[in-house]
Design a protein around this ligand. Structure first.
Ligand code: PMP
Length: 462
């Protein structure tokens, strides 16, 4: 029998955790006085910790990734079957689940054609950067078209190049020097705090049009790609104006800059469509995905590209450097692709994109009612992806302190609802409550989420 830890008491588990685990994104000092919340099991949108406390998980596994919810036995069964048959073989050869999943992804993204598998969102973005740089080096050997543009407030991952492409300076502190050639001058598409002091729709969508000035000042011959999240996730749940992405696309085409859309959070039903960008008129050259791709039952990510990008790597076989010389050992792992196939089947068969759109509207309508609270600056979102920006003063929009947000989240957790938080702006205030429940969430569960936030806002004083 494998060691599943069932013989250990909660006290023993906490002790072992304190002795051995280095938790992600945490100042560990707090665990000297506070116990980490260690989860044991889940069903639907509910999770239970080692102390037997049950929570409604409004953030799908903490980082908006368990899209189909917990306890989907068919994923576990499919993965188990595949593991017994063939757990793994390198993707320089291939395996059947990888073939079937790439076919499925291409059907969901009909304008794209080739799927390169890896293991995490960061890695999928790294591949996109490497592909972009090499694409132009192969296409225009005489040019040096290598720069990657990114947008302020967007997050693209934790590895050093993905971090270099991230528009949240607070995440970079201490890790410099980062990778050269990453340019983050594009402002966020953030109407609530417009970088140009304008008001939508009387703004000419300056936040998109300024891309042209940035490309010209960098010199178009040096710019390879722009990476964006369709809806900025960790940077504050920021939904762009409807015109935004098509203007961006037009400028990218004009200067032959590849448009990479990071769908790591937006993808797989989160925003009410299969992919976030499908809400708008935009046709990216590359799309990256992870999290909801296998609903995080297994680690899985991909970089999906247009056929013309792929074809650029099919040059003269005698050119030893002319193909995409990249590998991720676990990328395309047969068991992970199986989880992706089964999770995608569940989203499709249970109409979960539609549920995300409908329940997302219900959630947003409920949250809008909280706008009467003095601290609620703005409620925003799309599908089952929502944020509440908290401010000390609605006129000045001064963000609430991190401590205030922390107290609101703790109060909601005490009521059994787990919420998330995201950053607003430099220097990285966490003043946005984030919600991204599993796509199977019900009206009753949404009522519970909204009620918990309401009660927390009534209780916690500035
Ligand atoms: N892109 C976005 C938009 C993300 O939110 C994240 C993770 N939160 C990543 C990339 C990186 O994904 P991973 O943590 O799997 O490397």
């Amino acid at each position: 029998m494998f060691n599943n830890g069932n013989h250990l008491t909660p006290e023993e588990l906490v002790k072992l955790d304190r002795q051995n685990v280095w938790h992600h994104l945490m100042q560990h000092k707090i665990f000297e006085t506070q116990e980490p919340t260690i989860m044991v099991e889940g069903k639907g949108c509910l999770v239970k910790d080692i102390r037997g406390r049950e929570y409604l998980d409004a953030v799908s596994g903490g980082v908006w990734c368990v899209n189909v919810g917990y306890g989907q036995d068919s994923i576990a069964e499919a993965v188990c079957e595949q593991l017994k048959k063939l757990p793994y073989y390198a993707m320089s050869a291939g395996n059947i689940p990888a073939i079937l999943l790439s076919q499925k992804i291409n059907a969901l993204l009909p304008n794209l054609q080739r799927v390169f598998f890896s293991n995490s969102g960061s890695e999928a973005n790294e591949k996109a950067f490497k592909m972009s740089r090499q694409y132009f080096r192969l296409k225009y050997p005489q040019k040096d078209k290598y720069k990657i543009l990114f947008r302020q407030r967007d997050y693209h991952g934790t590895t050093v190049a993905a971090l270099s492409a991230t528009g949240q300076p607070e995440r970079k502190l201490g890790y410099e020097p980062l990778v050269p050639g990453f340019i983050g001058d594009l402002p966020p598409a953030y109407c609530y705090r417009c970088s140009f002091g304008k008001t939508y729709p009387h703004c000419n969508i300056e936040c998109a049009r300024v891309l042209e000035d940035i490309i010209q000042s960098e010199r178009e011959d040096t710019v390879a790609a722009l990476i964006l999240e369709p809806i900025t996730a960790g940077g504050g749940v920021i939904v762009p104006a409807d015109e935004y992405l098509s203007i961006i696309q037009e400028i990218c085409r004009k200067y032959e800059v590849l448009l990479i859309l990071d769908e790591v959070v937006n993808g797989f039903g989160r925003t009410g469509k299969w992919f976030g960008h499908q809400h708008w008129d935009v046709d990216p050259d590359m799309v990256t995905m992870a999290k909801g791709m296998a609903s995080s039952y297994m680690p899985l990510s991909a970089t999906v590209v247009k056929e013309y990008v792929f074809e650029q790597f099919l040059g003269d076989p005698s050119d030893k450097l002319g193909y995409f010389r990249d590998i991720s050992t676990y990328g395309g792992c047969a068991a992970a692709c199986t989880a992706g196939l089964e999770s995608t089947r569940i989203i499709e068969e249970q109409n979960l994109c539609q549920n995300s759109a409908e329940m997302g509207k219900y959630l947003l309508d409920g949250l809008k009612e909280l706008e009467s609270f003095p601290v609620v600056g703005q409620v925003r979102g799309k599908g089952l992806f929502a944020g509440i920006e908290l401010v000390e003063d609605k006129k000045t929009k001064v963000p609430v302190s991190e401590q205030f947000l922390g107290k609101v989240l703790a109060e909601a957790a005490a009521q059994g609802v787990l919420l998330g938080k995201t950053n607003r702006s430099n220097p990285g205030y966490n003043n946005v409550i984030a919600m991204a429940p599993a796509l199977i969430v019900t009206k009753d569960e949404i009522d519970r989420i909204v009620a918990a936030i309401k009660k927390a806002l009534e209780k916690v004083q500035l």
